[in-house]
Design a protein around this ligand. Structure first.
Ligand code: NAP
Ligand code: F7E
Length: 354
């Protein structure tokens, strides 16, 4: 049987790397779009890459979501059956500093891919758009957000992704494309970028466990997020494209916790009891070391955003029913997975130092 061909934008990212692994296991030919960088940006996929002079099903191509021609040519040349549009400027905080670039990549970038499919008349391509819980943002009266909930983005990132959400839906209706939105709530892993809060915390606490004397500076500890594991969530990205009809799905754990609770859980797994005192910018987290109180976490206002999504909790009833969504990782196992990997990393760093 002919192998299915997939194109992943954002293949060097957290999700792109797990998705490439999954599709290769499923015997796809996988093509990844990577952008030119002056230093290597392929750390998450190096283990998958084989020199194309040898037999391989994994191919990388330079391109950029801001460059229509590179996208058009790539789709024309590789003729994919499925496109997963995961590429984005994905940091909400950064989107306030670089709003125009965020709109170009995370908003218009999606249009560029859809337009290439339309121009090329490749209507059989199935298209997945990486939509996000950042489309929501305002709790109104409900406790959970689902496919019918009202959107209310709070950041340039959320606004750019809202455009992508709607343009995906418009191309589905107007041109009959098999185009779907996966509205994914926060998902983390040992491959999460180190400037996102969960990984910032697990990297810090594991180094602290091995004796570092740094202090962790954070922003809003009261924000509530619905955290799942990226490995579970990329499987749903694939499943969304295997359905008979193109539809949108919310993927979430259904639980919500504050950033402070994430820290406490990670501390507990490392046998580090963290105590809190003070309020607002004066709040600090401390531990006892050799019987002495030692402050390890402080607040820095630079990590607060001009506007914040205070509360997120998703409801994946539709995905449970139609996609048989059964996440393998509980919250505690997600944090444990991150801690275990980051402990190894911290130990490696320490070994290099001495
Ligand atoms: P990520 O780790 O930040 O990866 C983003 C990817 O996009 C990277 O491969 C990055 O390349 C690439 N990229 C950035 N700018 C680009 C450009 N101009 N042209 C082409 N590629 C570009 O994000 P992630 O956590 O894997 O998330 C994957 C997607 O899901 C993103 O679209 C994100 O917005 C969305 N999403 C994420 C979550 C979550 O909780 N993780 C939840 C909902 C939706 P470099 O490696 O070169 O930077
Ligand atoms: O922030 C608070 C921050 O940057 C989580 C992206 O994948 O998920 C992600 O967006 C919360 C926020 O993720 C720090 O204010 C406190 O309330 O880890 P984050 P995010 O903004 O939820 C969504 C679903 C996406 O689609 C995005 O692409 O933590 N927070 N102190 C902090 N956040 C960061 N980054 N750094 C801090 O020091």
């Amino acid at each position: 049987m002919k192998k299915k061909i997939a194109l992943i934008t954002g293949t060097t990212g957290q999700d792109g790397s797990y998705l490439a692994e999954l599709l290769l296991k499923k015997k796809y030919k996988v093509h990844g779009l990577i952008r030119k960088s002056s230093s290597f940006n392929t750390k998450r996929i190096d283990h998958l890459y084989i020199d194309p002079h040898n037999r391989t099903n994994f191919f990388l191509h330079y391109g950029d979501l801001t460059d229509s021609n590179s996208i058009y040519n790539l789709i024309h040349n590789i003729r994919p059956n499925e496109i997963y549009n995961l590429g984005a400027q994905s940091h909400v905080g950064v989107s306030f500093e670089n709003p125009e670039y965020t709109a170009e990549v995370s908003g218009i970038g999606t249009l560029r891919v859809l337009e290439a499919i339309r121009f090329l008349k490749m209507k059989n391509i199935k298209f997945y758009q990486a939509s996000t819980s950042e489309l929501f943002g305002e709790k109104y009266k409900q406790k959970t957000f689902n496919e019918q909930s009202k959107f209310h983005p709070k950041s340039p990132y959320g606004a750019a992704k809202l455009y992508s959400y709607w343009i995906t839906s418009v191309y589905r209706e107007a041109y009959g494309l098999f185009a779907c939105n996966g509205i994914l709530f926060n998902h983390e892993s040992p491959r999460r970028g180190e400037t996102f809060v969960t990984r910032k915390i697990t990297r810090f606490l594991t180094r602290k466990k091995l004796g570092s004397n740094e202090i962790l500076y954070l922003g809003n500890l009261d924000a509530k997020r619905d955290w799942g594991h990226a490995k579970d969530y990329v499987e749903m990205q694939w499943k969304i494209l295997q359905q008979k009809k193109p539809e949108d799905y919310v993927i979430a754990s259904g639980e919500t916790r504050t950033v402070r609770e994430f820290i406490n859980t990670a501390g507990k797994l490392l046998n580090m009891k963290i105590y809190w005192t003070g309020k607002g910018l004066k709040e600090v987290g401390y531990i006892y070391e050799d019987g002495r109180k030692r402050t390890i976490i402080k607040i820095d206002k630079k990590y607060f955003r001009p506007n914040e999504v205070d509360y997120l909790r998703g409801s994946s009833k539709k995905a449970y029913k139609k996609l048989n969504f059964k996440p393998k990782y509980s919250f505690i196992n997600l944090v444990r997975d991150m801690i275990d990997e980051d402990l190894l990393l911290a130990q490696e760093e320490l070994n290099k130092k001495y």
